[in-house]
Design a protein around this ligand. Structure first.
Ligand code: FAD
Length: 499
């Protein structure tokens, strides 16, 4: 053990959250701190969760994972964004792309020039300025690069994968670096009399597992953070009324699209996530507006190919743990809160939780100011995602069901109100809204959901109109040309698998 580092860390729970934490901590401090993970194979994991956002590349890079190897072991595919069907109104669709609009990284003002042309009925679709969207529409894929002179630098790319296989992959990684796994059911938590810190967890049969620091990754139950430490839970169901999901894998239709599809349904929405060997499907719904049985039927009536298993029902309460870190216990994953997978943010919030933990890594003494800072940052991240999700539901023209009437007319958080107001005027994105999602994301979803700004940034008028027209036409052409020359997503994966 070294200096002021904690001598031992116990991770409780071995789902995606537990093994992501184990892998990252083993890499960062495993040579100095004893890391153990206890999980119960009798309890199992939530077993869904397949889509990610581009930041996951940074996490895998930090671990030094080989992309091709990791994708082979997790049945992974690439994701360039999300296609939203029927969200704005029935028979309408738009694409939320990763990366940026424009043909180079310094073109982040593209949507302002587009707004100017659009006001005159010119310029085509905003999507025509997004390379990720055109690649997705054509079913193409090529890896992004960092060289800003290369048009591929505007591409953002994430993955679809089987989260259980990802957890297994990270488990092997962490065990190689010395993490000790214990298969035990935890039945109780022992708190220290003098300060209420966690002393040990007690397993079935009475065994005590003590540590200096604990990470609660026990899923929805929050065995340490809630049951023992009473951190409290902020319920956001009044803004995000979906509280159930049916999930089922299907054989698919043979196409491996490089994007997630989200189709709005009468009382919720359905995901379609293509992996190499199957398609993941799920129907997220509000039980106040549709019965579980009806929701199940809707899902099974709208999948590609044959169902490969019985649908699985998951119940959840949308919200966040009021304090993600209490005393010597940090919660990650579902134990720290849940936001529905509409923008694939759960695994990302695990990642940012781990990054923040490393930023405020606890010494032998826990520092109250650091804990408060961690909790404030975690709150900000959850709220930014929450607002982004509410935007999809609230800014809609749909009035064909009680669910959509509720979402369209409900009150929304002030933070989101001001973001919408700001955008509605001149198409500006609040810098505060950039916490997890880029300007491209907010712009694509705001415009996609039907918020057309009244005007554009006045600085755009510094450029003569013919020059703007020419620049934008060149941009559209360069983007099309780049996409046309790429391999299909299936061909790219095939080559990778064969290498
Ligand atoms: P779990 O998977 O529930 O793991 C809990 C662990 O704790 C297990 O190992 C269990 O054995 C252990 N445990 C529990 N109690 C005990 C005990 N008493 N003793 C010992 N061990 C115990 N995220 C995304 O990023 N993208 C998605 O597309 C996505 N889709 C989702 C769809 C749905 C319907 C749901 C519900 C979630 C989705 N998620 C998604 C979230 C994602 O699945 C989770 O964030 C992720 O899997 C992390 O789960 P977890 O590790 O926190 O919890």
């Amino acid at each position: 053990m070294a200096g002021n580092l904690p001598g031992s860390i116990l991770i409780v729970g071995g789902g995606t959250a537990g093994w992501m934490a184990a892998a990252a901590l083993a890499r960062a401090v495993g040579r100095h701190t004893r890391i153990q993970l206890v999980e119960s194979s009798a309890i199992g994991t939530v077993g869904v969760g397949e889509a990610t956002i581009p930041a996951i590349r940074g996490f895998n890079h930090m671990l030094g994972l080989d992309e091709a190897d990791f994708l082979r072991h997790t049945q992974g595919t690439y994701k360039l964004g999300i296609e939203f069907r029927d969200w704005t109104r029935l028979n309408h669709s738009y694409f939320h792309p990763f990366g940026v609009h424009g043909a180079s990284l310094d073109a982040n003002y593209t949507h302002q020039y587009w707004l100017r042309l659009n006001a005159m009925g010119e310029g085509g679709r905003l999507e025509d300025y997004s390379l990720c969207t055109i690649m997705a529409e054509q079913g193409r894929y090529m890896a992004p690069v960092t060289d800003p002179r290369n048009i591929m630098s505007v591409v953002g790319s994430a993955y679809h994968f089987d989260a259980s296989l990802y957890a297994d992959y990270l488990r092997r990684y962490a065990e190689r670096l010395g993490v000790i796994r214990l298969d035990r059911k935890v039945v109780d938590v022992a708190l220290r009399g003098e300060d209420g810190f966690v002393e040990a967890v007690i397993c079935d049969g009475g065994e005590r597992l003590a540590a200096d620091f604990f990470i609660d990754c026990t899923g929805f139950t929050g065995l340490l953070i809630e049951k023992a430490l009473k951190a409290g839970y902020e319920d956001w169901t009044h803004w995000l009324p979906c509280d159930r999901a049916w999930a089922v894998p299907s054989s698919g239709d043979g196409r491996i699209t490089p994007f997630t599809r989200s189709t709005a349904r009468e009382a919720g929405w359905q995901w379609r996530i293509p992996l190499r060997h199957r398609v993941g499907n799920g129907h997220v719904f509000s039980s106040a507006h549709v019965s579980e049985e009806q929701a199940r039927e809707v899902l099974l009536a709208n999948i590609d190919g044959q169902a490969l298993a019985e649908p699985k029902l998951l119940r959840f309460v949308t919200g966040r743990r009021k304090q993600a870190w209490v005393k010597n216990c940090l919660s990650l994953g579902l134990a720290s809160g849940f936001l529905e997978p509409l923008e694939s943010t759960s695994i990302h919030l695990i990642q940012t939780g781990i990054t923040k933990l490393l930023d405020f890594f606890p010494g032998r003494q826990i520092d109250g100011a650091e804990v408060r800072e961690y909790n404030a940052l975690a709150q900000g991240e959850f709220e930014a995602v929450r607002d982004f999700l509410i935007l999809h539901y609230h800014v809609t023209e749909r009035s064909d069901s009680s669910f959509w009437n509720h979402c369209r007319t409900m009150d929304i958080p002030d933070s989101l109100k001001s973001r919408i107001e700001l955008f509605r005027r001149r198409g500006r994105v609040s810098t505060r809204a950039r916490a997890l999602f880029t300007d491209t994301s907010w712009i694509a979803v705001m415009i996609g959901q039907g918020i057309m700004p009244e005007t554009y940034d006045p600085l755009v008028d510094l450029h003569p109109l013919p020059a703007v027209r020419e620049r934008m036409a060149t941009m559209r052409a360069r983007i099309r040309q780049a996409a046309d020359s790429m391999p299909t997503h299936e061909a790219f994966l095939g080559k990778q698998a064969a290498a």
